[in-house]
Design a binder for this molecule. Sequence first.
Ligand code: ATP
Length: 322
Amino acid sequence: MEQKAIAVLTSGGDAPGMNAAVRAVVRAGINKGMKVYGVYRGYNGLLNNDIEEMNLRSVSDIIGNGGTMLYTARSTEFPKPEGIQKAADFCRSKGISGVVVIGGDGSFRGARKLTNAGINCIGVPGTIDNDIACSEYTVGFDTAMNTAIQMVDRIRDTAQSHDRCSIVEVMGRHCGDIALQTGIATGATAILVPEIEYNIERDVIARIINTQKTGKKHFIVVVAEGVGGVEDLAKYVEQRLGIETRATVLGHVQRGGSPTLRDRVVASEMGFKAVELLDQNIGNRVVVMREGKIVDLDINEALDMKRVFDEDLYNIAMSISI
Ligand code: ATP
C-alpha cells in the first residue's frame, strides 16, 4: 500500500503554541507511518509549491519558540474557486490526502472548501484572541494573557508611584476574553469589552470615584482592542477627574514570546488528535476543547456556533475590582 501523506500549515494571525501543534502533527504522523509535509506561509504554500517533507528532527527545539516555524499568511488567491481547485490539485499531485490547518475561523472556512474539493482537512484553533465559538480554548490565549498581565503589572508599578490612572488596551477585536481575564488578574478598576455596551460615566468615572473613596490613588482601566479609543478615554478621565492619566496600547507584544505550559500542552494534544482523525480518513472536523476535554466537531456545526461571553466572570470582576 502507498504510504499515506499529510500536510500541516499555519494560517491567519500567528499565535504562541502554533509550533507545538506543528511538532505534534509531524511526530504523530511519522509515528503512524505517514509522510508529513510542512507547508510554508499558510494556504499560499499549497499554491506556490512551497512545502517541505518533515522528519522527526525538523521540529526539534521549536516547542518553546513563539511565532510559527512554518510562517503564516493571509492568502487572497486561495479563497477564490480557482485557488481552492489549484490547492486541491497540488495536494493530489504530491499524494497528500489530508491537511491540518492551524488558525482561526477564516482558516477553517478555507479548510471546509478544501475538504469539499477532495482533500480532508482538520482545523486546530490557533489564535491569541480566544474568539473561536466552537472551542473553550484557542492555542496562544494563555501566553497572550500572561504577557498582558506582566505588562500591566509593570504599568501599575509606575501608576502607583505617581498616583496615576493608566488605561491599557489589550488585544481582542471581537472578543473581550483577554481584557476580562487580564483585568481580573491585575485588579483593574474598570474593564471595557466589545460584548458589553458601556457608558463612560457609569462604567469608568463612577467606578474610579468609588474606588478613590476607599483611599486608592492609582487606577488601571483595561480596554479591549475592539472597544479602542484609549487616548481619548485617557484625556476624558484626566479632564473629568483631574487625575494624571496615560494610555498604553500593548499591541503585538502579546502575540510573541515563549508559549506557556498550557499552550504547549493543549497544542500538542490538539495536533495529535488531528492526526488521529486523518489517519482514519476523516475530514471536515475541527479539534476543540469542550468541558476541558479535547474532542472534535463537524466543521459546519463549529462555524455556525455563536460565542458566549462569560458574563458571570465579568460580574465577579465588577464586584471585586474596587
Ligand atoms: P485570525 O483569528 O488570526 O484572524 P483567521 O484564520 O480567522 O485567523 P483569516 O485572515 O480570516 O484569519 O483567514 C486566513 C486565511 O484563510 C485567509 O487569508 C484565506 O486565505 C483563508 N480564508 C479565510 N476565509 C475564507 C473563506 N471564506 N473561504 C476560503 N478561504 C478563506
